[in-house]
Ligand binder design. Structure first.
Ligand code: AMP
Length: 301
């Protein structure tokens, strides 16, 4: 007879305890991977865990709905929370520890220090969500300081966020290696997002418009289009044609600086954001020069 022994996933609630667990792992010479999340987990989050498990042991996931990255009129209070199912998923995915502090643990009374990645934080998402990236950069810096992981994993779904974290790590000489993982999508192209849970059935169908806009640009690039204004207009036409969508932006930017480009000559992102009903969704694709084929580009959706 075989006996199965299940170990409950350790949930760490305090900064002091998290530091101690990480310190012990470092002292044992182990490679620590950190996967920060806001919970309401889906396959996109789990793809980061799977990737982390290839490189690291232990893998530490965090669940923290970070109040400082939400604007006053945004969805902080109604953001989906499903802690028990998240713990089960993380446990099944082989996560070693879960850091799930409450807001007072991360922002105790008297907290006054924020970090801002200038320039990058003001464009695109930052323009539509003032203060958002200040909150993101602050909490990510705190998590990187508390855990001091060798590797930290972020999704390309939030490409600008990943760019800001990479800039933060460079500028502040942090030790973590930032790994940016591909976007996980539904079979109809919609990028997985915790906010997809807000979509009503009709809106769920309309939400594929972000993917369809990007895919239109991808086809144009495959047939030789390189002019950013032309590609942006093509994406906007698709977005604007969807009655349930209200377009925020459709832009082509340099993949390193997130500055607008006029022509696709080097690595770029095509980025889109739109409201579907009351739900704000974002998506992007990475456009990279194909190695050894001058002027040819490979697109990752
Ligand atoms: P969140 O819980 O939304 O803050 O996301 C936590 C991490 O998961 C971030 O690094 C996201 O970019 C990443 N992520 C979210 N959705 C996806 C997705 N569909 N594919 C890949 N990564 C994702």
């Amino acid at each position: 007879m075989t006996r199965s022994v299940s170990f409950a996933l350790e949930t760490i609630r305090t900064v002091a305890w998290m530091k101690e667990v990480a310190r012990q792992a470092r002292a044992e010479g182990r490679i620590i991977g950190l996967v920060p999340t806001m919970g309401a987990l889906h396959e996109g989050h789990l793809s980061l865990i799977h990737r982390a498990r290839q490189d690291c042991n232990p893998v530490i996931a965090s669940i923290f709905v970070n109040p400082t990255q939400f604007g006053p009129k945004e969805d902080f209070t109604k953001y989906p929370r499903s802690f028990e199912s998240d713990v089960a998923q993380l446990s099944a995915a082989g996560v070693d520890s879960l850091f799930a502090p409450d807001a007072a643990e991360i922002y105790p009374n008297g907290f006054h220090t924020y970090v801002n990645v200038e320039g990058l934080s003001e464009r695109l998402e930052g323009r539509s969500r003032p203060g958002h990236f200040r909150g993101v950069a602050t909490v990510v810096l705190k998590l990187l300081e508390i855990v001091q992981p060798h590797f930290a994993y972020f999704g390309r779904k939030d490409a600008q966020q990943a760019g800001i974290v990479q800039q933060l790590v460079r500028d502040l000489n942090l030790n973590a290696n930032i790994v940016v993982c591909p976007i996980v999508r539904e079979s109809d192209g919609l990028a997985l997002s915790s906010r997809n849970a807000y979509l009503k059935p009709g809106e769920r169908r309309a939400a594929t418009v972000l993917y369809r806009a990007l895919d239109t640009a991808r086809k144009e690039i495959a047939s030789g289009a390189r002019d950013a204004l032309h590609l942006q207009a093509a994406m906007r036409r698709v977005l604007d044609a969807e009655p349930l969508a209200s377009t925020d932006y459709a832009e082509i930017v340099d993949a390193g600086t997130f500055e607008p480009v006029t022509q696709i000559r080097r690595a770029c992102y095509a980025l889109v954001a739109a409201f579907i009903g009351g739900t704000r969704l974002i998506d992007n694709m990475l456009i990279e020069p194909r190695e050894g084929a001058e002027g040819d580009f490979h697109v990752s959706l």
